[in-house]
Write a protein that binds this ligand. Structure first.
Ligand code: GLC
Ligand code: MG
Length: 261
C-alpha cells in the first residue's frame, strides 16, 4: 500500500496509479457522480495521475471540460488517439509516428464511395482521423465491405465503429490504446498501475492494452461483445453507470487505494 517515504522514482513506477478515462458516457453522464470522482482524485493528490482519452477533438473536449467542470488531466488523448496534448501542446512525436502506412486522401476516396457513410463535420476530422456517421441496419456488412475495399486497394487502416453511429478511420498505428501505450512507455508506467475506463467501441483499444480496466454498466453492445469474447480478469464490468461505475470499479480493482487521505 501507499508508503509516504517512497522515493520519487518509486512513486512513479510502483505506487502511483494512472486513471485513463473516456469522457462521454463514461466520466460524463451523471453530474453528481462526476463531481464525486473529481473530489476523490483531488484527495489522492500526487498518488494518482489522470489521463482523458476521448473521440472528441481537443477543442471540443476542452469545451466539455468547462461545461461539466472536469479536472485538468496530465494528458489529453483526443480524436480517438489521433492526437496527444499536454499543457495545450500537441505531441508532434506521436503525429510523426502515425504517418506510417497512412494514405489519407486515398482511403478517404474509398470510403466516400459508400453512400451510407455521411461525413461528420470538419471539426471532427483531422490529418489522422476520417469520421462518418453510419446509421444502417446493415452496418456490420458495410463495415466489412469497407475494410475489404481498403485492404484490396493495398492500404491499411483501423476502422472503428462506436455506439451504432460513429465510424472512425484511423492510421494502423492509431487508436486510444496505442496512444496510451506511447505515454506509458515514455512515463514508464506499469500495466498494473494503470486503469482504463470506457463505454463504447472506440474504447476497445484501451482495454486491449492489458492494463486494469473498468467497463461502466451503461456500455454499448460492441464493447460488451468484445468483453464477452476477449475480456479477462483484469477488466471489471461495473454495476453502476458512468462515473459511479468508475468509482465502484476503482474500489474493486484497488481496494483502499482511493479512499486513503
Ligand atoms: C466523438 C467524436 C467523433 C467520433 C466519436 C466516436 O463523438 O466527436 O468524431 O466519431 O467520438 O469515436
Ligand atoms: Mg464514450
Amino acid at each position: 500500500m501507499h508508503n509516504r517515504s517512497s522515493t520519487a522514482i518509486e512513486m512513479n513506477t510502483q505506487t502511483k496509479c494512472y486513471i485513463v478515462t473516456d469522457l462521454d458516457n463514461t466520466l460524463v453522464g451523471n453530474t453528481i457522480a462526476t463531481q464525486e470522482f473529481n473530489q476523490k482524485i483531488l484527495n489522492c493528490g500526487d498518488r494518482v495521475g489522470l489521463i482523458y482519452a476521448t473521440g472528441r477533438s481537443y477543442e471540443s473536449a476542452k469545451q466539455l471540460q468547462t461545461t461539466e467542470t472536469l479536472l485538468e488531466p496530465q494528458y489529453w488523448i483526443t480524436g480517438v488517439g489521433s492526437e496527444i496534448y499536454q499543457n495545450g501542446i500537441l505531441d508532434s512525436s506521436w503525429s510523426e509516428h502515425l504517418k506510417a502506412q497512412w494514405h489519407r486522401e486515398k482511403i478517404h476516396t474509398i470510403a466516400a464511395e459508400f453512400p451510407e457513410l455521411l461525413p461528420q463535420p470538419n471539426s471532427s476530422q483531422n490529418e489522422f482521423k476520417i469520421s462518418f456517421y453510419l446509421h444502417d441496419n446493415n452496418a456490420k456488412e458495410i463495415l466489412s465491405q469497407l475494410r475489404d475495399r481498403i485492404t484490396t486497394a493495398g492500404f491499411a487502416a483501423q476502422v472503428i465503429y462506436s455506439s451504432n453511429e460513429d465510424l472512425d478511420i484511423l492510421p494502423v498505428r492509431c487508436d486510444k490504446g496505442l496512444a496510451l501505450r506511447h505515454l506509458m512507455t515514455a512515463l514508464k508506467i506499469n500495466n498494473a498501475n494503470t486503469i482504463v475506463c470506457g463505454d463504447s467501441g472506440n474504447d476497445i483499444g484501451l482495454f486491449k492494452q492489458d492494463t486494469l480496466g473498468i467497463i461502466v454498466n451503461n456500455a454499448q453492445t460492441e464493447l460488451l461483445n468484445w468483453y464477452k469474447d476477449r475480456g479477462g480478469d483484469m477488466i471489471y464490468y461495473a454495476n453502476n453507470d458512468h462515473a459511479a461505475g468508475i468509482l465502484e470499479g476503482l474500489d474493486r480493482l484497488k481496494p483502499g487505494f482511493f479512499t486513503l487521505d
